[in-house]
Design a protein around this ligand. Structure first.
Ligand SMILES: [Fe+2]
Length: 181
């Protein structure tokens, strides 16, 4: 079996420097990493996932966002391309799907991609918030057209469906895992 390559947390933080991430995006990414860690460390054995992979994906999900402000590139796509080139295809897939999940199934076993997608929707800037608050914030900031508004409302449905999957995997309310945040 081919070994999966995953950057260590130290390597992820070094990449913040290399790709000259803005301080606020670093803070956001670190917080999404913490939320991801709280979730992954609470999952029951019946829901096996690779915590190291999920945390690396969380730390790196916005790795090209700073440069995207200048270039107007789509940061999920460009971040995934970068990580693929660096030899981290599994991390790349998490980054690619943090904006739009491909083939989401509410009944398939939970995976690292969904956990990072969810964690990102619980952090506004570097602050831990409710799903309601985060979607409200997105609607206010980016919901300029009806199509965009519909997209965020659809996002909310998916986030809540992932939340249910997490709750099945911890056998408790999701809020219980965030006591330390
Ligand atoms: Fe992002």
């Amino acid at each position: 079996m081919k070994m999966m390559r995953i950057p260590t947390q130290k390597e992820c933080l070094a990449m913040f420097e290399t790709y000259e991430m803005l301080p606020n995006i670093r803070e956001h990414s670190v917080m999404v990493g913490k939320v991801t860690e709280e979730i992954t460390s609470s999952l029951l054995n019946s829901c096996p996932i690779n915590a190291e992979l999920a945390i690396a994906g969380a730390l790196l999900h916005d790795i090209t966002k700073t440069q995207s402000f200048k270039t107007k590139e789509r940061h999920a796509e460009s971040g995934a391309l970068l990580l693929t080139q660096l030899g981290y295809p599994e991390v790349a897939d998490i980054v690619l799907q943090h904006v739009n999940l491909k083939d989401f199934s509410p009944i398939a076993p939970i995976n690292e991609i969904e956990i990072v997608y969810y964690a990102d929707k619980r952090v506004r800037h570097h602050e831990f918030v409710s799903v309601e608050d985060r979607i409200h914030d997105l609607l206010n900031r980016y919901g300029h057209t009806e199509e965009l508004r519909q997209r965020f409302l659809h996002m909310k449905e998916i986030v809540l469906a992932i939340e249910l999957k997490i709750e099945k995997c911890i056998n408790a309310s999701v809020e219980t895992v965030f006591k330390n945040l």
